[in-house]
Design a protein around this ligand. Structure first.
Ligand code: PEP
Length: 257
């Protein structure tokens, strides 16, 4: 089995209910069925999840994901949403470890390991995000930094758990800045990530894992990124808020297969 190809929209805290559902409808009504092995995933704010899930439940190429969830199953955690609640809605994916949550909510390796395990227990698929800040890249330490972010979380998983995880390499200096990693820079890191997986788990498992690139992915650079052998798709922030731009990125992903 080879890694599936995903293009994932991260709407972040954008689009209130009606504009969000309109955007989703615009995207799914214009999308011709994707080939087997390719999926489009939309991660809207929580308030859209139930409607979004209902609108996409008959499509086998479009899935809905959440942008986060709490580490505990239930309890006195005001304002939080749990993994079982997402599973109950038939949500398929949960983004975990986004750099904005690490920065703004102090999420660290220990917390993220527990969150990944909770999400996996509910048979949801985590999209685990990681990536280095600009200074680390300037210092030439990006591989060591990323290896630590992988090891502290993925190093705690069994091979069976790892198989369910999607990875998203998102260099922080490229997120929302318009400054994309070049296809060569991104590919070098993705190849490094795959070799980490081969070393830690097995070559066979490493080949099955979907590794997304995230950071100012847009229609003008998506094809060049997707042409790289170790890039299996993208996690898209800003460009996912425009139906035409997002669809153009999904189409670029179609060429990969
Ligand atoms: C993101 O936040 O996951 C992201 C990739 O954002 P952008 O595409 O806007 O850089």
């Amino acid at each position: 089995m080879k890694a599936k190809s995903l293009v994932v929209a991260n709407w972040k805290m954008n689009k209130s209910y009606v504009p969000g559902i309109m955007l989703l409808n615009q995207i799914i009504s214009a999308l011709d069925p994707l080939p087997e092995g390719q999926e489009m995933v939309i991660c809207p704010p929580y308030i859209h999840l139930q409607t979004a899930q209902t609108l996409t439940k008959d499509r086998f190429d479009v899935y809905i994901g959440a942008q986060n969830c709490h580490v505990q199953k239930e309890g006195a955690y005001t304002g939080e949403i749990s993994a079982p609640m997402l599973a109950d809605l038939d949500i398929k994916y949960v983004i975990l470890g986004h750099s904005e949550r690490r920065r703004d909510f102090g999420e660290n390796g220990k917390m993220l390991t527990a969150k990944l395990k909770q999400v996996l227990r509910q048979n949801l698929q985590p999209i685990y995000c990681f990536g280095e800040p600009l200074q680390v890249r300037k210092d030439g330490q990006e591989q060591a930094f990323v290896e630590q972010q992988l090891q502290e979380v993925l190093g705690q998983l069994s091979p069976q758990q790892m198989e369910q995880v999607v990875l998203a390499y998102e260099p922080i200096w490229a997120i929302g800045t318009g400054q994309t990693a070049s296809p060569e820079e991104a590919e070098a890191m993705h190849a490094f990530i795959r070799s980490y997986l081969a070393k830690t788990f097995s070559e066979e498992l490493a080949q099955k894992i979907t590794i997304l690139y995230g950071g100012s992915c847009k229609p003008s650079n998506a094809s060049a990124l997707f042409a790289q052998p170790n890039i299996n798709g993208a996690l898209v922030g800003g460009a996912s808020l425009n139906a035409d731009d997002f669809l153009a990125i999904v189409e670029a992903g179609r060429e990969k297969l």
